[in-house]
Design a protein. Structure first.
Length: 236
């Protein structure tokens, strides 16, 4: 059994919109539905758990009447931090030790189905895997008010989602942890166990919708792929 936990319980303070960014329409379809449909289409995913705020759960009940996600098993209320929200999602499922859990940001609607499948497959082989993308900018390390050195970006990757883990590893990573704000992804917790995390190369197109201006890029991505005949951009 492979379960996807889609985390979309954040307040979206940087988005500065009139409604939570999870429900902002992108070409007529709510952002969260775009994301859920990728996992709905992925043969490597058997069930989906969606984590929302309490208010978000009410809004989702309304839109889900129009957009049916057949793999959706639970809609769970999130916590005060992302890590708490992930743990709430994890607590809602009962799996065997070797089953795979894929954690994905609800605001990343442009992940390819193939990327999900490859990351799940890699975690099945190794126990833990993270989808990543190249770092294209030159990275500088600073010391006080000055740049101290340039870091070799060939050895750097940006962490994307999904991040996938064997169920028993992820459970252990969350045991007895103070889920403070500084925990930004699950790999951090798994790294602290001493578990090696494999990486899977992904596309830079897998952006996270953070600010209102990101919607312009999101619409352009959808329209570009629609014009090229790839109306299901998740299928690559």
């Amino acid at each position: 059994m492979n379960t996807a936990i889609i985390v979309a319980a954040g307040s979206g303070q940087r988005f500065a919109g009139s409604q939570p960014k999870q429900f902002v329409p992108i070409l007529g379809k709510p952002l969260i539905i775009h994301t859920l449909e990728k996992f709905e289409s992925c043969p490597a995913i058997d069930e989906i758990v969606l984590v929302l705020s309490e208010a978000g759960r009410v809004e989702f009940e309304i839109i889900n009447l129009k957009f049916e996600i057949s793999k959706l098993r639970h809609v769970v209320t999130g916590g005060k931090t992302r890590a708490e929200s992930v743990r709430n999602g994890l607590d809602s499922i009962e799996l065997s030790a070797g089953d795979i859990v894929a954690i994905h940001d609800g605001a990343r609607p442009f992940v390819y189905v193939d990327e999900i499948s490859r990351t799940v497959e890699k975690a099945s082989e190794t126990g833990a895997a993270c989808l990543v993308a190249d770092v294209t900018d030159t990275i500088k390390e600073i010391d006080g008010a000055y740049i101290s050195r340039t870091i070799d970006r060939n050895n750097l990757r940006r962490a994307l989602t999904p991040q996938t883990f064997r169920y028993d590893i992820l459970q252990k990573a969350f045991e007895g942890v103070d889920l403070i704000e500084s925990i930004t992804d699950e790999c951090y917790l798994v790294e602290k166990l001493g578990v090696k995390i494999a990486f899977v190369e992904g596309s830079a197109r897998n952006i996270k919708i953070t600010r209102a201006e990101d919607l312009v890029l999101a619409e352009a991505l959808i329209e570009t792929y629609d014009r090229s005949g790839l109306s299901k951009i998740s299928s690559e």
